[in-house]
Design a protein around this ligand. Structure first.
Ligand code: DON
Length: 307
């Protein structure tokens, strides 16, 4: 299919092609507030580097961004302290579930990468130390990049995760014993649960990820990251963004991507566009079933992939 100057026709074709997928999989239920989501919902948005957005289905419906926020906290910390971050967290795929504890002990409390929960806790800890307000910094960044001044955290989702967040608490306490976490653990967990509870739509998240399509340049033309740093964030998304399914995601989609258990996935075609797809039914590795299918269709129909 020839690439249209507008992404609208391809989005409509994708929605038709994958119409049987929304409804498959199960919403995350280990965070009780997320279990209420309707797995038949589906939305997808594509943002061009100039901020023009195309969308289909529920593309303007806010949902819980969850782990998608980990891309933005990583970029913010890299912009503030550069390579020093990598003293506290690795950048190799873990091959384990996103909330696994097993590798941490024999790897001396250093998480494999910034996208598994342990690594994301370290990144949020750094952001909180560097700014004094990790969530406030993230919220202002997301509002500016998405162009949506009302973006906010869903405190009900944050409280629901806090009440059932024993695994994340275990990870944080364990890393604190190695001094890889420096803020008080309860304060860090509260920041992390709020961060994950950011409510945003496909349109908002596709636009907010635009700096990765623009090689590090923010919506206002200023630089968040250097071109090389933006390349590195995209590379870590490709290798680690969908956890123990990153190999299959690269095989099927061929783009840097980052999923969240709210059912969203962002993806980047460097230099061309940024995308977000949402459908709450998850596969057993925590990635949206319809979301992966839609991104697979997108790269197949347009030929836009990094390969
Ligand atoms: O920490 C957690 O378990 C959630 N707040 C986020 C996990 C997540 O989104 C993993 N993504 N697929």
């Amino acid at each position: 299919m020839a690439l249209s100057p507008s992404f609208q026709p391809v989005l409509e074709r994708i929605a038709a092609d994958i119409a049987a997928a929304p409804g498959r999989g199960r919403p995350a239920d280990y965070i009780p507030a997320l279990a209420e989501a309707d797995p038949r919902r589906f939305g997808m948005a594509v943002a061009e580097p100039d901020g023009t957005v195309y969308g289909v289905g529920d593309w303007q419906q806010p949902f819980s961004a969850q782990s998608i926020t980990k891309v933005f906290t990583l970029a913010l910390v890299l912009s503030l302290e550069g390579e020093a971050l990598w003293e506290h967290v690795g950048r190799e795929p873990s091959g384990n579930p996103f909330n696994s504890l097993v590798q941490l002990e024999y790897e001396h409390g250093i998480p494999r990468n910034p996208f598994i929960n342990a690594g994301a806790l370290v990144v949020t800890d750094r952001l909180h130390t560097l700014t004094g307000d990790a969530c406030g910094t993230l919220r202002e960044f997301m509002r500016a990049e998405s162009g949506c001044p009302g973006l906010a955290f869903d405190e009900r989702v944050a409280a629901s995760e806090s009440a059932s967040g024993d695994r994340n608490a275990a990870l944080a306490h364990f890393m604190a014993s190695y001094r890889h976490i420096t803020n008080p653990v309860p304060e860090l967990l509260s920041q992390y649960f709020r961060q994950c509870a950011l409510e945003a739509s496909c349109a908002d998240l596709a636009r907010a990820a635009g700096f990765l399509a623009r090689h590090g340049i923010r919506a206002d033309g200023s630089a968040l990251l250097t071109r090389i740093e933006a390349k590195r964030v995209n590379a870590v998304m490709l290798t680690c963004g969908t956890y123990d399914a990153a190999g299959d995601f690269a095989y099927r989609v061929g783009l840097p991507g980052k999923s969240g258990v709210g059912g969203g996935i962002i993806a980047v075609v460097p230099g061309r566009c940024s995308l977000c797809v949402w459908s709450p039914g998850l596969d057993e590795r925590g990635n949206s079933v319809a979301g992966v299918a839609a991104l697979d269709r997108f790269t197949t129909l347009t030929g836009l992939s990094v390969f």
